[in-house]
Design a protein around this ligand. Structure first.
Ligand code: ZN
Length: 240
């Protein structure tokens, strides 16, 4: 997988303005797979999507990831560092392909048939405001049988766990312990959200460089974006 060029990054960022996160994630992946239809990218399992997003993140920013999380009990801000190697021991090599097949799990005395979730499932629940309800709605979408099955909390929990067992990167869980109040909990790490915010910062930095180089030398946005980061940096030190 190659890292996107500066021009591609600005274009993807522009196309993503005002769009939902699930769509932004596909915009990030689309230039990497020019031979794959956008629909196929959307029908990749969430685990496959996240694997490609993590690989892209490694290409662009490396494996070390610094982030913060708030303790849900006392609101203490906790800084943490993880390496994406921990989730992604090997880079995903497969071409994107749509999810297929069904699986079974046993819940509430029934054999529940489920499929894996994809970006279009995220799209379907993205209008729901309540995050916990959205998670249940997402799991419910994966359940394909038996007909008339009562979708209670037990069934939804079993299927949610079964999905992650089958497609481990679909929900990347991180464990935390708060030094202030000793509370321990697990949170989902949203690779798409994290990478988009990093790219947002990167593109805004690029706009600063374009502004400064354009003002100093009269170069166009397009010509500045075709330069390597090293060349831009050299000219920036001379322009200031
Ligand atoms: Zn705490």
């Amino acid at each position: 997988m190659r890292a996107p060029s500066a021009a591609e990054l600005v274009r993807v960022w522009e196309l993503g303005q005002g769009r939902k996160l699930w769509y932004r994630a596909l915009l990030l992946l689309a230039p990497l797979f020019p031979d794959s239809a956008f629909r196929v990218l959307g029908e990749m399992t969430l685990g496959a999507r996240n694997a490609h997003l993590l690989a892209l993140r490694e290409q662009m920013f490396g494996t070390k990831l610094d982030a913060t999380v708030r303790c849900p009990q006392c609101a203490e801000r906790i800084q943490f560092t993880v390496s994406t190697d921990a989730f992604l021991p090997e880079p995903p090599t497969a071409r994107p392909s749509a999810y297929e097949g069904t699986y079974t799990a046993h819940a509430a005395g029934a054999e529940v048939t489920y499929r894996l979730l994809c970006s279009y499932d995220l799209a379907a629940v993205s209008r729901l405001d309540d995050a916990s309800y959205a998670q249940d709605a997402l799991t419910a979408r994966a359940i394909v049988g038996p007909q008339g099955l009562q979708l209670n909390a037990q069934v939804l929990d079993v299927v949610a766990d079964a999905i992650v067992t089958t497609d481990p990167l679909a929900d990347i869980r991180l464990g935390f312990a708060c030094a202030a109040c000793a509370h321990e909990w697990a949170s989902s790490f949203d690779a798409a959200s994290f990478l988009w915010s990093e790219i947002d910062s990167e593109v805004r930095r690029l706009f600063d460089e374009i502004h400064r180089l354009g003002t100093a030398y009269g170069w166009s946005e397009a010509s500045i974006l075709t330069m390597s980061a090293q060349r831009r940096r050299e000219y920036l030190t001379r322009a200031s």
